[in-house]
Write a protein that binds this ligand. Structure first.
Ligand SMILES: CC(C)(COP(=O)(O)OP(=O)(O)OC[C@H]1O[C@@H](n2cnc3c(N)ncnc32)[C@H](O)[C@@H]1OP(=O)(O)O)[C@@H](O)C(=O)NCCC(=O)NCCS
Length: 182
């Protein structure tokens, strides 16, 4: 198993490192960022522990979420993070998620990072299917994944108790065969 490294035109996707701490904490402490995510806001010490827990993880272990750094190359700075989990029972199926700091949103960074991830997963790692689950109220994320061409294949009604209330989610997916056609 190897550490993951992906380069796109503007971005370098790699393991989180201690040097990312302040940038990571600046958006992971923002309640607007965690509003639709399985993360609570983090204080500096929680952010530090989280980075330490991710920094040596190797791509390829089924059933394990790994959170990766998204670095903007000209700034040399962390602007967000993305996550991949290979399915516990079949590692040809992957699940992904992404977060871009509120300072850098709506500049095409999420889309560029997602396209880089998908190219890596489908073309290099021969993944068969990528899925993403999104809160039905998360309009930015829905716009992002639909603009990439993910197919909506599920609408789960009040399937998750989250932030003191029942929430509903859409599931989206894309197959390698669908990616090839794009
Ligand atoms: C969802 C998120 C990752 C989008 O990041 P981003 O870098 O701003 O997205 P991009 O600039 O790459 O935009 C991608 C597409 O989504 C659209 N979009 C992005 N944010 C939008 C918003 N707030 N409202 C409407 N459309 C939006 C863009 O217009 C673009 O569409 P296009 O390709 O048709 O032009 C970001 O809003 C975020 O981190 N949110 C908080 C974390 C989260 O909820 N993550 C998803 C759960 S896993």
């Amino acid at each position: 198993m190897d550490p993951l490294e992906i380069h796109t035109a503007r971005l370098h996707i790699r393991n989180l490192q201690p040097k990312d701490l302040n940038d990571f904490h600046s958006y992971r402490s923002n309640p607007e960022i965690s509003k639709y995510q399985g993360f609570d806001v983090m204080d500096l010490s929680q952010a530090e522990k989280f980075i330490a827990s991710q920094q040596n993880k190797m791509f390829g272990k089924p059933g394990q979420w790994i959170q990766y750094a998204i670095e903007e190359k000209t700034l040399g700075k962390l602007i967000g993070d993305c996550a991949i989990k290979l399915d516990e029972s079949d590692k040809r199926i992957a699940e992904i998620g992404i977060t871009i700091s509120h300072h850098y949103q709506q500049q095409g960074f999420a889309k560029e990072a997602m396209l880089g991830l998908m190219d890596f997963l489908f073309a290099v790692k021969k993944i068969h299917r990528i899925k993403e689950t999104v809160d039905v109220e998360n309009s930015a994320s829905i716009k992002l994944i639909e603009s990439i061409g993910f197919r909506k294949e599920g609408h789960f009604i009040e399937n998750i108790f989250f932030n003191e209330k029942w929430g509903s989610e859409f599931q989206y997916a894309m197959l390698k065969s669908e990616w090839r056609k794009k």
